[in-house]
Design a protein. Structure first.
Length: 178
């Protein structure tokens, strides 16, 4: 049985379908798929491996596995306006954003950079999801995603009294972040 609908009826059915929850969910899923598909798969896989290594090294060094970590995702661009657009979008997504800084790189060139901050457990899947989201954002706005870092969290650390900052200084600290 083949039923032919008039163009007006087809249009009405189409309009009603677009308003159904199933259609809305499908459109949102398709939009998310398109957004997620933007990141370069090879670079994304490299970042996932980097995440695995960073977490492994932190835990091997004795960092607290149950601590809440400040994750600093690094973005850079050739100009302030481009970076600002990406930073505003990251803020809208719920991240904190640091003030932009000028950084001198090879041969005297400069880039503008900022950190996109989140607080979370040292959870690979969660950090991988953030990395993918921010790599997509970087791709969308034409900025560079330069990886992420965090700090060692001492499992025996206690909040010191004011003025006890000298205990926090590490003479061997060379500034290299994990």
């Amino acid at each position: 049985m083949n039923i032919q609908l008039q163009p007006r009826a087809l249009k009405l059915c189409d309009e009603r379908w677009r308003q159904t929850p199933a259609c809305v969910k499908m459109r949102v899923s398709a939009d998310l798929f398109e957004e997620r598909a933007m990141a370069n798969p090879e670079q994304l896989e490299e970042q996932r491996e980097e995440t695995r290594l960073i977490i492994e090294e932190l835990l091997d060094d004795g960092s607290d596995p149950d601590a809440l970590y400040t994750i600093e995702h690094h973005l850079s661009a050739d100009d302030f306006e481009t970076l600002e657009k990406a930073a505003v979008e990251a803020f809208k997504l719920g991240y904190e954003v640091t003030d932009p800084e000028e950084l001198e790189v090879e041969e005297g060139d400069t880039v503008i950079c900022c950190d996109i901050l989140s607080e979370c457990a040292l959870n690979r899947e969660l950090i991988d999801a953030q990395v993918e989201q921010l790599m997509n954002l970087a791709e969308k706005f034409g900025v560079d995603y330069d990886g992420w870092g965090t700090y060692f969290e001492d499992p025996n650390g206690e909040d010191g009294e004011e003025g006890d900052d000298e205990d926090l200084l590490d003479e061997d600290d060379d500034g290299v972040r994990h």
